[in-house]
Write a protein of this length. Structure first.
Length: 516
């Protein structure tokens, strides 16, 4: 009897939202009399093609998409299990230009493996980084991460090696590794896709961090809006314990480390590390004053590594392949790859992992294919709801921490949200203030009150009330929020407001009705 044909259908939340579960069920039922098995993988990141079905053939994986439940019978009749031609056939998956031109490091296994298969993880290079970390001393692990140039992918871009070294040198005793998976920025979904598509990579990265700093316990803080990610992580952690990848004597070494998942209540402010720590301790998520920094006094007052999913997800490959292989990618002080997320009014939304240095225009027009509406691109917001709005005249700007900072913008978590020429930029500026007012933890006055006043001032400007004086007032308010807020919530809110004023001043020159 011939070996069964393997058919991959994503279990990623985005794919499930457009019918992937039903597609998988129909393929399983219709192929019941054939030697076939359906494997639920993560998404390849081409979200406009979901559900994407892949069939393993002698020539490699052949992709079909987007496949609706009603397409299954016709695909099987046409020879899906043989990788036959069909209008939905995209050819070999790895030859699809959108994927082929990327440099996948953190997402190397996402969409390729069964997320909950320990065998798949090992077969695709899993644990190579952890095994090497266990062979090295903690100081050597920290040095490797430092030399790689890895910086925090959560937004601030702080060098990961410096943070780890601080925790490592914080003395003996209880230490923690915490992963902030409270991915609340609009237009970002890479954390979720990694947790759902390759959770063992995150587990491995956190275990390497524990080896480096001497931690025995770790927590992944996931927002409640990610139930599939929570379930996948918990299942993966249970498997890792069974395999000896977590717990006492990890992989037969002297490292004792275990992981736990904690679910947040959906507060945006818990994306800030100290608010997350407060929530983990069972308190209301409010910002802590710094110093002391979490690396010295973090969870329950103990030294704590706090990194986000993409940062920790990069670590296994750095240890497996060496610091130089990672540092050789990128530009300037922005080393390695970034996982960019294309969203909003974009023709081809999804995940693009490539080395730093790719331009904004290459992402939006090249990978994204312009707007979904077919109208001209007018603005792109990079870095979440508190990131700057950039016009098409800035499409030559390279994705680089320092280059973006010099342009009054930020790379942030890599979210890229596209708007066409119908967007109301005064309305977008108002949204930034309104968003801050709604999501502020309320601990400091510049953020709590400033955002409310900012919304009111923008309303007066748009209504034409004493516009010149109110523009001066708005700029003064932005200065106060930037310099006086306790954390980046209030400190960054002026960025989208000021960028909208700088690049799209005409939108603030008349009422919304008059602009129409």
């Amino acid at each position: 009897m011939s070996s069964p044909v393997t058919v991959y259908v994503p279990r990623d939340s985005a794919a499930r939202s457009v019918g992937a579960d039903e597609v998988a069920e129909r393929i399983s039922a219709a192929a019941a009399g054939h030697p076939a098995r359906v494997v639920r993988n993560g998404s390849r990141g081409m979200l406009w093609l979901e559900p994407l079905v892949e069939v393993v053939t002698a020539a490699g994986r052949i992709a079909y998409g987007p496949v609706a439940p009603g397409d299954v019978e016709g695909l099987l009749d046409a020879g899906l299990l043989d990788g036959a031609a069909h209008p939905l056939c995209l050819g070999p998956t790895e030859d699809i230009g959108w994927l082929r031109d990327q440099t996948r490091v953190t997402f190397a296994r996402v969409g390729v493996v069964d997320p909950l298969s320990a065998e798949d993880h090992l077969a695709h290079g899993g644990l190579a980084g952890l095994r090497r970390a266990l062979e090295l001393g903690p100081e050597e692990v920290v040095a490797e991460v430092t030399e790689s140039g890895l910086r925090g992918r959560g937004g601030a871009g702080f060098p990961a090696g410096v943070k780890w070294k601080t925790v490592q040198e914080a003395g003996e005793g209880l230490k923690f590794v915490c992963c902030n998976a409270d991915e609340g920025d609009s237009g970002t979904f890479a954390d979720r896709m990694l947790m759902e598509g390759d959770p063992f990579t995150l587990i491995e990265g956190m275990t390497i961090a524990a080896r480096a700093v001497g931690a025995r316990e770790g927590y992944v803080y996931v927002r409640s809006e990610y139930p599939d990610a929570v379930a996948t992580l918990r299942a993966a952690i249970a498997t890792a314990r069974e395999q000896g990848w977590l717990g006492r004597g990890v992989l037969g070494s002297d490292l004792d480390f275990d992981l736990f998942v904690r679910v947040g209540a959906g507060a945006y402010i818990c994306g800030e590390e100290t608010s997350m720590l407060e929530s983990l301790e069972g308190k209301r998520g409010t910002v802590r004053a710094k110093p002391p920094i979490p690396a010295l006094e973090g969870l329950f007052g103990r030294p704590t590594v706090v990194n986000n999913v993409l940062t920790l997800g990069s670590v296994p490959m750095i240890l497996a392949d060496g610091a130089k292989s990672f540092a050789d990618l990128g530009t300037g002080r922005s080393r390695g790859t970034q996982v960019f997320q294309l969203g909003g009014n974009v023709a081809r939304g999804g995940i693009v992992e490539t080395a730093f240095g790719v331009t904004l225009g290459e992402l939006v027009e090249g990978y994204g294919g312009g707007t979904r509406s077919g109208r001209p691109v007018r603005a792109v917001q990079v870095g979440g709801p508190l990131g700057a709005y950039l016009p098409t005249s800035r499409f030559g700007l390279p994705m680089d921490y320092e280059e973006f900072a010099a342009a009054g913008a930020m790379v942030g978590h890599g979210g890229v949200v596209v708007f066409d020429d119908t967007v109301d930029m005064a309305g977008q500026a108002r949204f930034a203030m309104e968003f801050c007012a709604a999501e502020s933890c309320g601990k400091c006055t510049p953020c709590r009150i400033g955002a409310v006043r900012g919304t009111e001032v923008i309303d007066r400007i748009v209504a034409g009330e004493n516009r010149t004086a109110n523009l001066v007032l708005l700029n003064d308010l932005c200065d106060l929020m930037t310099e006086g807020s306790l954390c980046a919530m209030g400190g960054l809110t002026p960025m989208p407001v000021r960028s909208a004023l700088e690049h799209f001043p005409g939108d603030f020159g008349a009422t919304k009705e008059a602009r129409r």
